[in-house]
Design a protein around this ligand. Sequence first.
Ligand code: URA
Length: 244
Amino acid sequence: MAKGSLRDTVRLDRFLSNQLGITRTEAKELIKKRLVTVGGETAKLYDMKISPESDTVCAESSPVIYREHIYIMLNKPAGVVCATRDRLSETVLGLIPDELRRKGLFPAGRLDKDTVGFVLITDDGAFAHEILSPGKHVEKRYFAVLEKPASAKDAEIFASGMTIDGGDKCLPAKLEITDDPCKVYITLKEGMYHQIKRMAGAVGNKILYLKRVSIGKLELDPDLAEGQCREILHKEIEKIYAKT
Ligand code: URA
């Protein structure tokens, strides 16, 4: 076992619990059953210290790859809430398969229950803060179906930084009208409560369908069916911050 400074080490049961998304009791159980190796040797003590950066840990013969944080792209279906728990409805966390589960996962930003599309789920609070903060200008793009056709005047109002009901002042937003003027793309740099629905309402229209299609320059993977998710690769994280 490579030596790490005390600061860089972590208890084996905590490491397994964090990386595998299992409880500490389940981690201890794996160790007790002699199913965990550290540096090729069977681990005997659940409180042994390991260095996540340099020790090779295997559980049930599979290497436990150390990642400090995880980033997941989910294609949220309608009817599921963006919360870590809910007494009545299914939550986005309930759609995460066991192999991607971790302690501390939460959705970075909320879509309404009836909105579908790209939800980013992570255990990295600082990252979530960055991409949600309006000051960081990470754009979120939505596809919407409107009750009535959108007009060039609506696009001007959206671009001007409109005030919506309740007096909330919006940052300038982009409204792109497609060949069918009831189908539009809307790009926001912030995420106020029901923002797009309220913006549509402020110009006398109504949202019939709303889907988030990208965060920054990272687009929702078209191979993900509603309800499916996958891990976001490191190089894709850079796209979230990309400006062009
Ligand atoms: N704006 C809305 O009104 N709802 C969403 O879910 C996202 C943006």
